[in-house]
Design a protein around this ligand. Structure first.
Ligand SMILES: [Zn+2]
Length: 627
């Protein structure tokens, strides 16, 4: 470990009240809470619709409450009924409000008699933000259509009417009808041997928040990877996926050794089409994963370590609101590093940590001060925008600091105790801190001051003594990179034949923002980066090549963003293109050809980038000195 150069933390901000209302949901959980959901869905590929009946079992908490308020987004509500204990239905009056951006439509149901169950018949919209419908031609096998969901952060409401806040937890049961020959999976225990006869049932007995509701349907083959794990993927992908993820059982065992038993039963992985907008989604029992980590050498499987770690941090103990999301992502990223270290050694774990740390150091200073805080003050942002590098990488850095100060043995015991104490609960940052104070900081006095904890959680920037792992190989790459840029080392003399994926990522990450064209050309001639099948390397390469003005890389960069819809691998390339008017025109043309294959979230992100750039380009034209 060594120390980071001084970066002053921002001023301490007093905590907001615990149990603050969730600004990203209309639900009123103090009045009434959903405690169980029964879902009956029909998957209608022809109309790109789910035809649904949701029956909510309610826990009324406020005797004065007169309404049940739910979140919906682009749902058609056909009927709302109260069910009495004998099963008789009574129509309830309801009002569906006009949609609000990033919130959807508030559904207000008049229910002064506090029915124990409310039943809602509805249909989803073909453009539901949480669902992607792919036609047969857009799948690997080209024979069957494909459907998958992505509910985090606030998109469950686009396919189920519910209280769409991570504060509310419920158990659920679903019956799903789908075309014969297709397999349906959900975020509950899945039976790998279930016959493909068009009817599936799922039971999630544990109370989960709405953003962990998930469904997929398609031509899915299954390969077991262990006694309680399997991969699900299109038939042409499943063998490759089973090979890449063959260490899954070892990962589960490594996590259990650290933090106690895996409590969910099965842990399966569904490999989605390349349009999946995220790397992975920790849907309980069934992680949804991007195929971009299938590179053949297991170098990117820490994604599985991450999603598996969410089985403790996030799924067992959940952030109460999106403002507290660092509790999910920071702790998970820390646990991910520990699983990676247990399976693949400290070198790999340190390299992955350093990639994240260096990236955060580079970007955090440019963020608004409030966005640099793990627990920001209340702010006007979309729920999806709360998920920033700060939550993941500053959060995990704080956890590594705690490990560093208190020692691995005591910190491991503390963290296992934290998971057990808050199991099946959604908690705020302030609840986590109260537990931290009495069970770690005051338990071992003199190791870390409370003011230092507050600087991490409520301060801006990175505290000055944040520990950084050593990596002799990264240090060697730093030397080679600067000699190469100074023309003291030819491109083909770089020691890169032995570089793993992380080492290539690190070499490319720390090139200048706009490298010299001749350096990029020399690099490409020696190492053939244009057209690489490794999308992590490709994304970094295309960004630098485009910024250097290397137009020879444009067609391959276009192919990269057309093939892959994962935001993290696609958006930086689009951003590099739009930096020049010619690049913007080219990117718009590429997007026109690619957008039918994109997820709604990716379409939204690219279109927003174009809009902002067009506005900015106009400004630059009137004030060229600012260019
Ligand atoms: Zn995560």
């Amino acid at each position: 470990m060594r120390l980071l150069p001084t970066v002053a933390p921002g001023a301490f901000v007093p905590p907001v009240a615990a149990q603050a209302a969730d600004p990203h949901s209309y639900a009123q959980p103090r009045d009434v809470r959903v405690k169980h959901l029964d879902l009956d869905l029909t998957v209608d590929f022809a109309h790109k619709q789910l035809d649904g009946v949701a029956t909510l079992t309610l826990d009324w908490r406020n005797p004065e409450a007169r309404e049940l308020v739910l979140d919906t987004s682009a749902l058609q509500i056909a009927a709302v009924e109260a069910l009495d204990p004998e099963g008789h239905a009574h129509t309830l009056w309801f009002k569906l409000a006009e949609p609000v951006k990033a919130m959807g439509s508030k559904l207000t149901i008049e229910a002064p008699r506090h029915p124990q169950q409310v039943r809602i018949a509805y249909k989803t919209s073909p453009s539901a933000s949480g669902l992607q419908w792919r036609e047969s031609a857009q799948t690997a096998g080209k024979r069957h259509p494909f459907l998958f969901s992505q509910s985090q952060s606030v998109h469950a409401r686009s396919w189920i009417p519910l209280q769409d806040s991570p504060f509310v937890r419920f158990s659920w049961h679903a019956h799903v009808a789908a075309p014969k020959d297709l397999r349906v999976v959900m975020s509950a225990p899945n039976d790998p041997k279930h016959p493909l006869e068009g009817s599936f049932d799922f039971i999630q007995t544990h109370p989960v928040p709405s953003y962990l509701m998930a469904i997929a349907a398609g031509d899915l083959a299954v390969r077991e990877t262990g006694p309680r794990s399997a991969v699900y993927a299109e038939p042409s992908v499943v063998a490759k996926a089973a090979h890449e993820f063959e260490d899954t059982e070892k990962m589960i065992e490594a996590a259990e050794t650290l933090y106690g038993p895996y409590r969910w039963g099965r842990y399966d992985i569904l490999v989605l089409p390349p349009s999946f907008p995220y790397g992975g989604m920790e849907n309980p029992n069934m992680t949804f994963a991007t195929p971009t980590v299938l590179v053949g050498d297991k170098s990117l499987v820490s994604l599985v370590a991450h999603e598996l770690a969410h089985s403790w941090s996030g799924n067992l103990v959940t952030a109460a609101s999106w403002r507290d999301i660092w509790l999910n992502e920071g702790i998970t990223t820390y646990v991910q590093g520990r699983i990676t270290e247990a399976l693949y050694g400290q070198r790999q774990a340190n390299e992955e940590t350093l990639l994240a740390v260096r990236n955060l150091e580079k970007t955090i200073g440019a963020m608004p001060e409030n966005a640099q805080r793990l627990a920001p003050e209340p702010r006007q942002v979309d729920a999806d925008d709360e998920l920033s590098h700060v939550a993941y990488d500053k959060g995990s850095w704080f956890l590594r600091t705690l490990e560093d100060k208190f020692g691995r043995q005591d910190f491991d015991r503390y963290l296992e105790g934290y998971f057990n104490h808050f199991v099946w609960h959604s908690i705020t940052t302030e609840q986590m801190l109260a537990y931290l104070k009495s069970n770690l900081i005051e338990e071992y006095p003199g190791k870390l001051g409370w003011d230092e904890v507050e600087a991490w959680v409520y301060g801006a920037g990175i505290p000055k003594d944040a520990p950084i792992p050593d990596s002799p190989r990264f240090a060697a790459i730093d030397r080679e990179r600067s000699e190469f840029l100074d023309r003291k080392l030819a491109a083909d003399k770089l020691d890169a034949t032995s570089w793993n994926t992380q080492e290539w990522m690190y070499f490319l990450d720390r090139l200048p923002d706009a490298p010299r064209l001749d350096r990029m050309q020399a690099l490409d001639a020696a190492w053939h980066l244009t057209g690489t099948p490794n999308a992590e390397i490709g994304m970094r390469w295309y960004v630098r090549a485009i910024r250097a003005g290397d137009k020879a890389a444009w067609p391959a960069a276009a192919e990269h963003v057309t093939r892959i819809g994962r935001l993290y691998l696609t958006m930086p390339v689009y951003k590099a293109f739009v930096a020049t008017p010619e690049g913007l025109a080219y990117a718009e043309q590429v997007y026109a050809g690619a957008k039918d294959g994109y997820h709604p979230l990716t379409r939204m992100a690219v279109e927003r980038l174009f809009e902002r750039t067009r506005a900015g380009v106009e400004k630059n034209q009137t004030a060229p000195s600012g260019a």
